[in-house]
Structures are given as structure tokens and as C-alpha cells.
Write a protein that binds this ligand. Structure first.
Ligand SMILES: Cc1ncc(COP(=O)(O)O)c(C=O)c1O
Length: 382
């Protein structure tokens, strides 16, 4: 077995250029990462200050936080989950690694949508598992369907589901999610569901796969809805038969997440009002971009139902999305993400706008990008 080769995350190198330009005095608008520009909720920060002043802290897994997360599944989805199945992690990234390593062996085939979050493919490869990419186009709103999964021959051992998805923000409808679960049950495919964007929807709330399938592994995090990405806190809901395997891996690979973050995270669960205000901002930002993009000639998009991304087809303007996004950054100071990170094949023709910034910044970004895209359109048309 050789050491697997994995692709770099191109958006990170683009962001490095953005930060260098900023250090040279350029005004940069960061729309490259899916990172809320708001901080942690006020009460969570206050709790962290208090803990720092009063508690020496040690390795710790907060039972109150596990119980609070379990209660969240009952309140939000009407699903009973025992706190023993909740494993606290330093974000969704280790939770994904724990889910994959405790369910699948090297060589296992694990299916996923293309386009999809860059780390799915690369984490699978790192673990010597085989990503089975399912091409999901504009007609599928870039999402998996039960029919596409059913058509895989031989069936994979696992499936990664993400709804709302990165890079598109599209959500699986309730009947489609139920149909996907039914196919997976019939074909004995274990589901790993990345629910990191739950809470960030603009219409109907997203459904958890746990409403249909208690054997699924569910990944979640405080990085997005809770606006606490730098606090590095997340969780995995392990299937009953995988809890011991996951706990053994946590104890050896990671140990518990930051104690300070666990204290703050517990309080964040009661900051809904403040956090829901962020969702209103994202919805305003989404609407502004959805109005602007067609004016720039970017018409092939699936309007996002959630998260804070728009994935746009720029195929009439370029076949090299990385160079295109770097040029956009240098000319306008607006940093975005090239589609190649999410889809190494078709992604050359796509780019992703993250709108997790203030509405004032989105307005400024649109003001800067309008003449730039208009000029590109003219060049492409002439
Ligand atoms: C779909 C998806 N899953 C997982 C992650 C990783 O999140 P975390 O910061 O919780 O590790 C991200 C980060 O952007 C993401 O978009």
C-alpha cells in the first residue's frame, strides 16, 4: 500500500493571496470560506470569561452538553437519542474521521455527491477508502437522489449525505431523504450524514437522517449556525452498535475537545434569538446575490435553501476557475472559492460565493463585481 496522494484545498492558497493583499493595504472582502464573520454568541463568551477566571479545567467531556445535544434531537426532530451516543469532538472534521474509521475498513467503497465538500473525498483517500463519486448536476440541484444511489453497481458500503450541502446550499426534500434511506437499508449501505448546516435554512427546516435511520452516523458542529468555528467544537451521534468503537478511537486519536469551548457551547444552545438574527442576514445576502448574478450572466445556479453558499456556472467565461477567482480577487478585492475544490472535473467551470458576511459587505462586493463581470461577459460575447 502506498501513501495516498490527496489534492490541496485551493481556496486556502487563494485566501493566503487575499491576506497578503490586505497586508499591503488593499480592501479585501472575504467570501472564500464558509466562516461566519460574526463571533460566538455574547452569553457564550461571557461564560468562557467566567470559566477562565474560576476553573483550572482539565481533560473533560461535558455530560451536561451531551444531555443538551440529546435534548436538541427531541426538540428539533422528535427523535430520541441517548446522551451515551453523543461523542464530543473538536469540530465536524474529527467527527467525520471517527464516523468513517469506525464503520468502514480500508478498501471500502463510500459514495458521495460530486460536487461536494472537499474533505469528504480527501479524507476517504487518506484512510485508503475508495470515494465513489456520484455526478449530481443542475437538474438534481447538485444533490443525491435515491435513483442515483440505487443505480450503483456493486452497491457501496457507505454513503455520505449532506443537506444543506456545501458548495450549493441545496437541501434534500423530506421524501427524497426517506427514499435514500430506504435504498440504503435495502442494500445495507451505512449512511454518514453531515448535518453541519442544520439551523441555517431559509424555508422549511432540514430533516435529520435520524428521523428515518437510527443506524446512521451523524456529524454536526458549532462552526456554522452557532458561529463558533474557531472554538473547534462539534459532535458525532454514533449508531448504537458503533459507540464503543468511536469512544476507543476518540480516546486514542483525539481526547476530548477544549473544555473552555464545551462550557461556552452549552450556553450557545440557549442563544437562539441572537443566532437566528444571523440567519436573517444570510437570507438577505442570498436574495441580493440571487438578484445580481443573472445580471452578470450567471444564470445556471440552484438557489440555495440553506447554508451560506451559491455555486454558479461560469463555463461561458472560463475553463479554469482557480485562475478566474484569483483574477477576480486581484482586480476587485473580492475573495471567492474556485469550483475545482468541490468537483475536480466540472468544477473548472464553477465558482462558489460564500455570503456569511454582513449585508453591507455583500452590497459592496456586488458593487465591485458588477462592472468586472459585465466586462467579462462582453469579452465572451464578442
Ligand atoms: C460540509 C462541511 N462539513 C464539515 C466541515 C468542517 O467543519 P468544522 O469546522 O466543524 O470542522 C465544513 C467546513 O466548512 C463543511 O463545510
Amino acid at each position: 500500500m502506498t501513501v495516498p496522494q490527496i489534492d490541496p484545498f485551493h481556496t486556502i492558497s487563494l485566501s493566503t493571496v487575499a491576506h497578503r493583499l490586505a497586508s499591503e493595504g488593499r480592501s479585501i472582502i472575504h467570501m472564500e470560506f464558509g466562516q461566519p464573520s460574526t463571533g460566538a454568541p455574547e452569553a457564550a463568551i461571557a461564560r468562557a470569561h467566567h470559566v477562565l477566571d474560576t476553573d483550572p479545567m482539565g481533560y473533560w467531556e461535558s455530560q451536561p452538553l451531551r444531555e443538551r445535544i440529546a435534548r436538541h434531537y427531541m426538540e428539533q426532530y422528535g427523535v430520541t437519542v441517548s446522551p451515551e451516543r453523543i461523542v464530543l469532538t473538536s469540530g465536524a472534521s474529527p467527527a467525520l474521521l471517527l464516523a468513517l474509521t469506525s464503520c468502514f475498513i480500508p478498501g471500502a467503497r463510500v459514495a458521495l455527491a460530486r460536487p461536494g465538500y472537499v474533505a469528504y473525498r480527501n479524507t476517504l483517500r487518506t484512510l485508503h477508502m475508495e470515494p465513489v463519486e456520484i455526478v449530481c448536476g443542475e437538474t438534481e440541484r447538485f444533490q443525491l437522489t435515491a435513483a442515483l444511489i440505487d443505480a450503483l453497481e456493486p452497491p457501496p458500503e457507505g454513503l455520505i449525505v449532506a443537506s444543506p450541502a456545501n458548495p450549493t446550499g441545496t437541501v434534500l426534500s423530506d421524501p427524497e431523504l426517506a427514499a435514500i434511506v430506504a435504498v440504503c437499508r435495502r442494500k445495507k449501505i451505512r449512511i454518514v450524514s453531515d448535518e453541519i448546516y442544520h439551523g441555517l435554512t431559509f424555508g422549511e427546516p432540514a430533516h435529520s437522517v435520524l428521523e428515518y435511520d437510527q443506524s446512521a452516523m451523524v456529524v454536526n458542529s458549532f462552526s456554522k449556525y452557532f458561529s463558533m468555528a474557531p472554538w473547534r467544537l462539534g459532535w458525532l451521534v454514533a449508531a448504537e452498535d458503533r459507540v464503543d468503537a468511536v469512544q476507543a478511537r476518540v480516546g486514542n486519536l483525539f481526547l476530548p475537545p477544549s473544555s473552555l469551548s464545551q462550557h461556552a457551547g452549552l450556553v450557545a444552545f440557549d442563544c437562539r434569538e441572537e443566532l437566528d438574527e444571523h440567519v436573517k442576514t444570510y437570507k438577505r445576502n442570498r436574495d441580493l446575490l440571487l438578484a445580481a448574478l443573472p445580471r452578470w450572466g450567471l444564470r445556471h445556479i440552484a438557489p440555495p435553501d440553506g447554508a451560506f453558499y451559491i455555486y454558479a456556472d461560469i463555463g461561458h467565461l472560463t475553463g479554469d476557475s482557480l485562475t478566474f477567482c484569483i483574477r477576480l480577487l486581484r482586480d476587485t478585492g473580492v475573495a471567492t472559492a474556485p469550483g475545482v475544490d468541490f468537483d475536480p472535473v466540472e468544477g473548472r467551470h464553477f465558482m462558489r460565493f460564500s455570503f456569511a458576511v454582513s449585508t453591507a459587505l455583500i452590497e459592496e462586493a456586488i458593487r465591485r463585481m458588477t462592472p468586472w463581470f459585465t466586462a467579462r461577459e462582453k469579452d465572451a460575447g464578442s
